[in-house]
Design a protein around this ligand. Structure first.
Ligand code: AMP
Length: 287
């Protein structure tokens, strides 16, 4: 496994792979890896000769400086895990390498209205920062395929929109959410939960499943309100539970008019903010 810290070393290596006619799969991460991240590598390895994983905690997508400071960092364990699934290349750049002085990295792309709802409403500026770093990393790596998790559904939608709008030559692949055996979506933030909070956290997934069971029985607004009530446990502070159209991310009223319906949730559990989502109905394939 090659570990590169600079853009020039990485590009030199990838150019040699490309010159051999090999395809490159890429999965950007912020480290503190878990089995969900490794699944991105597995998907990439199945479709590409060369898999690149980046580990970069991107400061421009953290709207809360405390969240950035507390974000878990486990670089040595990450490298061991990546090696265990046969990742060929790891890119671990510094902030200066990604944002060198003098390089204009302004993303000239209006993400409205995809970035105004849900995560965008509660984390102002987050998606501009996320899209900026994904664009920069795509420019650097120039992969054939980009692998991202369904776990961050809104992020996936926005990256898909950016790829289409900027006509970037990359195929975006959605990797299904990997869950713990009790249903909790794997997340780097889970390690910050106390044991009591960890025991309670599966209610998030249970509530999503409950919402799915109610889709044909109750009005959307009623499901959303009841779901928020279910999540109102001690130490929990739900921010939103929204049932949206899977393509536009806009709220829906009449489910029969939509082919793809997704419930998205964000809640604080103590000091930890968790997100999750579930497709409640899906008659179309994302893409
Ligand atoms: P992060 O390091 O949390 O920014 O995530 C990096 C990538 O891993 C993103 O594309 C995430 O959507 C994906 N990811 C994170 N958690 C999971 C999970 N539980 N299952 C599948 N993909 C995930």
């Amino acid at each position: 496994m090659f570990v590169f810290k600079t853009v020039s070393e990485l590009q030199q290596y990838l150019n040699s792979r490309r010159a051999n006619g090999e395809q490159i799969g890429f999965a950007p991460t912020m480290g503190a890896l878990h089995l969900g991240h490794l699944d991105l590598m597995r998907h990439s390895k199945a479709q590409n000769a060369c898999t690149v994983c980046s580990i970069f905690v991107n400061p421009t997508q953290f709207n809360d400086p405390k969240d950035l400071e507390k974000y878990p960092r486990t670089p040595e364990k990450d490298l061991t895990m990546l090696e265990s699934v046969g990742t060929e290349v790891v890119f671990m750049p510094s902030v200066e390498e990604i944002y060198p002085p003098g390089l204009d990295l302004t993303l000239k792309l209006d993400l409205n209205p995809l970035d105004q709802v849900m995560e965008g409403a509660f984390r102002p500026g987050h998606f501009q920062g996320m899209a900026q770093v994904v664009k920069r990393l795509l420019d650097i790596v120039q992969p054939d395929r980009l692998y991202m998790g369904q776990k961050d559904f809104q992020q996936f939608s926005i990256v898909g929109y950016m790829i289409r709008q900027l006509q970037l030559p990359v195929e975006l692949v959605m990797v299904p959410t990997v869950r713990e055996s009790d249903g909790l979506a794997m997340s780097s933030r889970n390690v910050r939960l106390s044991s009591t909070q960890r025991q309670a956290a599966p209610i998030i997934y249970q509530t999503l499943e409950w919402a799915k069971s109610q889709l044909d029985l109750r009005a959307i607004a009623e499901i959303e309100t009841a779901a928020l009530q279910r999540l109102s446990l001690p130490d929990f502070r739900p921010e939103y539970f929204q049932i949206v159209d899977g393509k536009t991310l806009q709220p829906i009223i009449n489910p029969t008019k939509h082919d793809w319906i997704v419930a998205c949730v964000a809640t604080w559990v103590g000091e930890v903010r968790l997100i999750d989502n579930l497709a409640l109905a899906q008659k179309t394939i994302p893409g």
